[in-house]
Design a protein around this ligand. Structure first.
Ligand code: ADP
Ligand code: MG
Length: 400
């Protein structure tokens, strides 16, 4: 019987791999560099918080580059993308900054469970901050590499074994210098993940005591590595795998703000209890290594039509009320649709479905990210030289 099973598994793996190769080859041929969406001057003005005529006047002056244009019927229409808006912001002297005395703020999205939208919110949070001019690093610490794929990188084709966090966790902090990648966003960099990250837990468990003594606590290696990048970013966002193994624990130890995305189902309550117990034990054991300043729960994939869901939300609120972010993310067909194309809501020019569905999804995502940003701000405010940050308008309008 065992021999039979062995043969079935072997044959299935072989066939699966063949098909996977074919798909990757196909993708490889059509593999294209990602680009940012274009939008009109109205949207640029809105993002910059200035009037359209102000942008026109600035672009007439020597200091500002002439805008790009596209033909829209009989007229030439000025067009912009997020990078160009950020360049204008720079020239206006309005680039937001973190307090000088504060290191980059580290947000880790974490949950024992998969499918709760950790990756979705890590990506959208990083992009939301980049749209507003912050310097952001997104760290993909999940061997499944979904966030990496969302930036147009195919781990099986584009990455070697040394291109992910493995070297930082198993080797030295300096390994981080070689793995940060530029993306199509000028102010959003990425540390990609690949399946080879899966060996981290096994290799750490087998690490000789002498190596551990030399390299220091295995839990702190990501934090040390990120410490080398302090001058380059305002916010670092880390996406984690659905388990509290060495990768997630490194991400938690590196975090200032821990966000736990949770779906409002009855079984989520049980798994969150389990999560908090494990986290408590880790914190007790590594009291001096964990720098988490705040923990927030984020309700995700909320089915607003379901009375059962409303009941569970009440239960979760009575258990974790103060920790829950004010806004939640509803289930959204549009988010599902764009994710199929490896895109985020902030990256598309044309909605895949009804414009109204898209608008609702973007507004909901904006509200969630504004909540997260107000947490960031309140942590920044703890620093004596915290800069005044002005509110920016919602990420919508004439794109719609
Ligand atoms: N608000 C939402 N509405 C609909 N689908 C969503 C929503 N948030 C996430 N998803 C989808 O749910 C799936 C799981 O999300 P993902 O971010 O990959 O979860 P995790 O990283 O926790 O495993 C993905 O297919 C994603 O596109
Ligand atoms: Mg994920």
């Amino acid at each position: 019987m065992i021999d039979h099973l062995d043969r079935i598994c072997d044959a299935a793996a072989g066939r699966g791999e063949q098909i996977q190769r074919k798909i990757l080859e196909h993708l490889g041929h059509g593999h294209q560099q990602k680009t940012l969406p274009d939008f009109t001057i109205q949207r640029a003005a809105e993002l910059l918080g200035v009037s359209i005529s102000r942008i026109r006047a600035l672009e007439g002056s020597e200091r500002f580059p002439p805008p790009r244009a596209r033909q829209a019927g009989a007229i030439q229409q000025r067009i912009y993308n997020y990078n160009e808006v950020n360049r204008l912001r720079e020239l206006l002297g309005e680039r937001p900054t973190r307090p000088k005395t504060a290191p980059p703020l580290n947000i880790t999205f974490s949950n024992l469970k998969g499918g709760v939208a950790k990756t979705t919110h890590a990506i959208h949070c990083a992009q939301y901050l980049a749209v507003r001019g912050h310097r952001v690093l997104l760290v993909d610490a999940d061997p499944q590499a979904t966030a990496t794929g969302a930036f147009g990188i195919l781990p099986d084709i584009d990455l070697g074994e040394d291109d992910d966090l493995s070297g930082v966790i198993l080797g030295t902090p300096e390994a981080i210098d070689g793995i940060v990648r530029k993306t199509c966003w000028d102010n959003l960099d990425l540390i990609p993940a690949s399946l080879s990250l899966q060996r981290v837990d096994l290799l750490i468990a087998r690490e000789p005591a002498a190596t551990t003594q030399q390299l220091g606590s295995p839990l702190l290696r990501l934090r040390r590595g990120l410490g080398r990048l302090v001058d380059r970013y305002d916010v670092i966002v880390v996406d984690t795998p659905p388990a509290l193994g060495m990768l997630s624990l490194n991400a938690i130890a590196a975090a200032n703000l821990l966000i736990i995305p949770i779906e409002p189902h009855m079984y989520s309550l049980g798994s969150s209890v389990q999560y908090f117990r494990i986290l408590r034990d880790v914190i007790r054991r590594h009291r001096d290594s964990i720098g988490v300043q705040r923990i927030n729960m984020l309700l995700t994939r909320v089915d607003e039509q379901s009375p059962e869901t409303q009941g569970v939300i009440k239960l979760l609120a009575s258990a974790y009320g103060g920790m829950c972010l004010t806004n939640h993310m509803p289930l959204s067909r549009e988010l599902q649709r764009v994710a199929t194309d490896h895109l985020g809501l902030y990256e598309i020019e044309q909605p895949r479905g009804a414009r109204e569905t898209f608008t609702r999804a973007v507004q909901a995502m904006d509200r969630v990210n504004a909540d997260i940003f107000s947490q960031i701000r309140s942590l920044w405010d703890l620093h004596p030289d915290a800069p005044a940050v002005t509110d920016r308008p919602s990420m919508l309008d004439d794109m719609l």
